[in-house]
Design a protein around this ligand. Structure first.
Ligand SMILES: Cc1cc2nc3c(=O)[nH]c(=O)nc-3n(C[C@H](O)[C@H](O)[C@H](O)COP(=O)(O)O)c2cc1C
Length: 199
């Protein structure tokens, strides 16, 4: 598979076979991901891997509690909230491997003003995104499906607590990883016209 084929093979998948992903494939994807560009040669990427039913259930429950608070504050009806949370928890618990991708912010520079603190933080968020694209593309190249889930961004403190992350290690994304269900068909994407994106 060449690069264009691997990029096209990565599509968000949200239903998986009950089949573990070999550890060497995951470690290969991590070893490629950590060749992403990074600010100040900081190598800030950290990956928490959750495979046991207990770990996945705990993360799903803790993020679900935070989401419930947000949905209640938004005024959603109770039955709608429970339906949303139940679907999300079911997806997380049925995914063979959950990867929580983090940035080690102890590697960042300190600034006295908010403008530069936010700029510095965004550099690390960009770098996590760059690493994640490689991670998911490398998995796709190995025939393994994935999906980027933004939930940890909305409840960073809960996830830091659930995973007992070291101080300064900030969760940025959850990536679902597994072999795609044969009856799951990711949404097709037409071949892009580069001119539509170039200003
Ligand atoms: C920053 C980011 C956050 C995302 N969050 C979610 C999410 O919370 N749940 C989800 O199902 N998909 C999420 N996605 C996946 C997008 O929905 C998906 O990439 C998009 O629809 C394009 O489809 P494709 O990945 O199959 O090409 C996210 C993607 C990105 C880049």
């Amino acid at each position: 598979m060449n690069l264009a084929e691997a990029v096209a093979a990565r599509r968000s998948v949200r239903a998986f076979q009950d089949r573990a992903v070999p550890r060497d494939l995951v470690e290969r994807a991590v070893s490629l991901a950590v060749q992403a560009p990074a600010p100040h040669h900081s190598s800030p990427w950290r990956f928490a891997l959750l495979e046991t039913p207990g770990d996945k259930k705990q993360l799903a429950a803790d993020m679900g509690e935070a989401w419930r608070d947000d949905l209640n504050a938004d005024g959603l009806p109770r039955d709608r909230i429970e339906a949303i949370l139940s679907r999300s928890e079911g997806l997380l618990r049925s995914t063979p491997l959950l990867t929580v991708c983090c940035a080690d912010m102890t590697r960042s520079h300190s600034y006295p003003d908010d403008r530069r603190r936010l700029a510095e933080w965004s550099l690390f968020a960009h770098s996590v995104g760059a690493a994640l694209q490689i991670y998911m593309t490398a998995l796709a190249e190995s025939g393994v499906a994935s999906c980027w889930i933004s939930a940890p961004v909305f409840c960073r403190h809960q996830v830091q607590g659930t995973l007992s992350l070291p101080a300064g290690v900030e969760p940025h994304a959850l990536v679902l990883v597994g072999y795609a269900s044969p009856d799951y068909h990711p949404r097709p994407r037409p071949t892009p016209d580069p001119l539509a994106y170039i200003l």
